[in-house]
Design a binder for this molecule. Structure first.
Ligand code: CP
Ligand code: NVA
Length: 303
């Protein structure tokens, strides 16, 4: 049963094939128009979303399927009945589930107890669909992923963890520049060592990370679910901003990426986000193409 819960679980050749297919689907919108004919994709989201929700719904429509969206609180995810019951009932109705959850364990448990493919559309510990779109963007803007240096300036969060794994699997160097105390935790590092090998580099000086960066990447300092820490985080991350000064320290070809939504004036300035180095709207578009490749891989007949 193909699931996409975490990039850790996916071999490099699967990731490479998904990116190749995403590029083909992007180049020709008419491809795979009936791949999901008669199939229903259920989306269950405990947190807000623009990109993930809309790109999955549009991806499903482009592939000839139907999507159904349920806010987690209305459908009772995790509180109205036990997760194994939820997983088994949903498996009788829909053909795949896309989940956005607070606790990563929820996606693992639904995949374990259900009998349909499960996609993690963001948990507290990973955002694999985002990382696929990020890598697709790096590939199309810089001609490839292997050998590139991606410097993530900010929090060692879900987005950073998934991108670090994707980079490691596809031969890119990932450097996290973060305040002390906000790097990857031991649980992640242990799994990274087992599944990818070695460890991503961590520095505490954004300028040091920018020097050799082909990509400067950032995400919000306070993720969904961490709102109570916002004031502390604003103070601690103040020097970890992508701005024109930091970009000037990077090579001239350096690409700026952000998964969005962005907080201009916090993790990135408006100038850096809107400037010529920015690829953020291509990156947002690539969510659609990468997810079409994921849905086709999971659900198309004969796959
Ligand atoms: N980047 C991303 O996942 O955006 P949404 O939270 O809007 O889905
Ligand atoms: N790290 C952010 C990503 C949002 C797409 C969050 O989890 O809120």
């Amino acid at each position: 049963m193909p699931h996409l819960l975490n990039l850790m679980d996916q071999p490099a050749d699967v990731l490479g094939r998904l990116l190749d297919r995403a590029a083909a689907l992007k180049a020709d919108r008419t491809l795979a128009r009936t791949a999901l004919a008669g199939k229903v994709v259920g989306l269950v989201f405990e947190k807000p979303s623009l990109r993930t929700r809309v790109s999955f719904e549009v991806a499903t429509a482009h592939l000839g399927g139907t999507s159904l969206f349920f806010p987690g609180n209305e459908i009772g995810l995790g509180w109205r009945e036990p997760l194994p019951d939820f997983a088994r009932v949903m498996s009788r109705y829909v053909d795949a589930l896309v989940l956005r959850v607070f606790r990563h364990e929820t996606v693992d448990e639904l995949a374990k107890h259900g009998s349909i493919p499960v996609v993690n559309g963001l948990s507290d510990r990973s955002h694999p669909c985002q990382a696929l779109a990020d890598l697709l963007t790096v590939r199309e803007r810089l001609g490839g992923v292997a050998g590139k240096t991606i410097a993530f300036v900010g929090d060692g969060n879900n987005v950073a963890m998934s991108l670090a794994v994707g980079c490691g699997k596809l031969g890119a160097k990932f450097v996290l520049a973060c305040p002390k105390g906000y790097a990857f935790d031991d649980e992640f590092l242990k799994r990274y060592a087992e599944q990818v090998g070695g460890a991503p580099e961590v520095v505490h000086d954004p300028a040091a990370a920018a020097k050799a960066a082909d990509v400067l990447y950032t995400d919000v300092w306070t993720s969904m679910g961490q709102e109570a820490e916002r004031e502390t985080r604003l103070r601690k991350f103040a020097k970890f901003q992508i701005n024109d000064g930091l970009l000037a320290k990077a090579p001239p070809h350096c690409l700026v990426l952000h998964c969005l939504p962005a907080h201009r004036g916090e993790e990135i300035t408006a100038g850096a986000l809107e400037g010529p180095a920015s690829g953020v709207f291509d990156q947002a578009e690539n969510r659609l193409h990468a997810q079409k490749a994921v849905l086709e891989w999971m659900l198309a007949d004969g796959k």
